[in-house]
Design a protein around this ligand. Structure first.
Ligand code: ZN
Length: 149
């Protein structure tokens, strides 16, 4: 298992140093802020939702390597998904973090590398922060959507 742990560590560091989908969108559909006071992690998340699909995901913020790499992984995992698919994937990741579901690499992509965080309860909030922000953003978008689409 040492080899796999090393590989996962490399993936986490890569996402931390070269974060994907950072910054802000020109035409965000919805934006949310979340923070994890236990660790000082902050995330600002913007989604562009077009016809029920997350066409663009952008994040910015600061915090520990787990929170920042997780935000990068989340942005890759959720971009292009429908709202329902994204919510399902967020729930899957949450259950994996709480050790209640086996991680599905096909669905999680690089976020599979965070699987080991489940063993460290104080870091789980760090890993979950951006994913909970995504859920919050989608639900916020839905609650404001009066067209019922
Ligand atoms: Zn943290």
């Amino acid at each position: 298992m040492g080899g796999l742990d090393d590989l996962y560590q490399e993936i986490i560091l890569d996402h931390y140093r070269n974060q994907r989908n950072t910054g802000r969108l020109d035409d965000a559909t919805v934006a949310v802020d979340q923070n994890n006071p236990l660790c000082g992690d902050e995330i600002h998340l913007e989604l562009h939702i077009d016809d029920g699909r997350l066409t663009e995901v952008a994040h910015s913020g600061e915090g520990c390597s787990i929170s920042q790499s997780s935000a990068s992984m989340m942005s890759e995992a959720l971009a292009g998904k429908t709202e329902d698919e994204a919510l399902d994937l967020v729930e899957h990741f949450r259950l994996v973090m709480h050790g209640e579901q086996d991680a599905d690499e096909d669905r999680l992509g690089d976020a599979i590398a965070l699987e080991g965080v489940a063993k460290y309860p104080v870091r789980i909030k760090c890993a979950l922060l951006s994913w909970m922000a995504a859920k919050d953003a989608i639900l916020t978008h839905r609650s404001g959507d009066q067209t019922g689409g």
